[in-house]
Design a protein around this ligand. Structure first.
Ligand code: DGL
Length: 262
């Protein structure tokens, strides 16, 4: 079981930002990544649909023998993880927007969160804000259109720049000092975001925290892979494999995006 892979899924290529951190922290692990790009964006779908896609993704990864599932999608984490945990026996890790560290460290007592509609409207996000951000002005902004642009390879388009200014300027006007990225696709935008928000605003994403959490759970369950055999990294996607391939090429030549009919 220890040599079985870690399974990671997202509504698309965003979870690659989580994959990178997991792979960096746990280079000894086999990993299977699944991008359900055909059904992205999840953020615009109903809770029932998000649960249905999450079940399908989980079943796929379990068939690949995965020993743990990382839901590398905030929208699926906030809407479907409860169901997955109740119905599958493998450990299920979820991502969570970094509201707590932002709220704890904010000097202006004003933080911004950019996420999908599905995440911002979820009970889990509401509960997290209630629990950790008392007395903090949390400015929520739906990043409508951002996931679709990233999924179609238009990260550096003028359309993207215009949307980012539109979403961030009102937060800057209210003097945020932290910007929480509540969607795993958004860390791909960090260079552009930095140019817009400047040095006074700290941008937080959840990649490193999720990688650490994955390691802790594997240790607890005695599932860490100690074998020195060559490690397998597999990437599956059900739409536009060339876009995922571009992202993979950016950080590791030789990783292949495989097209799935799924
Ligand atoms: N990466 C997903 C997330 O973290 C994107 C959601 C979507 O497909 O709308 O929420």
């Amino acid at each position: 079981m220890k040599e079985n892979p870690i399974g990671i899924f997202d509504s698309g290529i965003g979870g690659i930002t989580i994959y990178k951190e997991i792979h960096k922290l746990l280079p000894n692990e086999n990993i299977v990544y699944l991008a359900d790009s055909k059904n992205a964006p999840y953020g615009e779908k109903s809770k029932e649909e998000i649960i249905k896609f999450s079940i399908k993704n989980t079943e796929f990864l379990l068939k690949k023998g995965c020993k743990i599932i990382v839901v590398a999608c905030n929208t699926a984490s906030t809407n479907a993880v409860k169901y997955l945990r109740e119905n599958y026996s493998v450990p299920i890790i979820r991502v969570q927007p970094a509201i707590k560290p932002a709220a704890l460290n904010s000097k202006t007592k004003t933080v911004g969160i950019l996420a999908t509609k599905g995440t911002l409207k979820s009970d889990l996000l509401f509960e997290t804000s209630q629990k950790f951000a008392q007395g903090i002005n949390v400015i929520e902004q739906i990043g409508e259109g951002l996931v679709s642009l990233i999924e179609s390879g238009k990260i550096h388009s003028s359309e993207m720049t215009n949307l980012l200014y539109k979403y961030l300027q009102p937060m800057l006007d209210k003097n945020i000092d932290f910007l929480v990225l509540g969607c795993t696709h958004y860390p791909f935008l960090i260079p552009q975001l930095k140019k817009i928000v400047g040095e006074k605003v700290t941008i937080l994403d959840s990649g490193k925290a999720i990688a650490k959490q994955t390691k802790v759970i594997l240790e607890q369950e005695n599932l860490l892979n100690n074998s020195s055999a060559k490690k397998m990294q597999s990437f599956y996607v059900n739409k536009h494999p060339e876009i995922l391939q571009n992202f993979l090429d950016d950080f590791h030549k030789g990783f292949i995006a495989e097209k799935l009919n799924f």
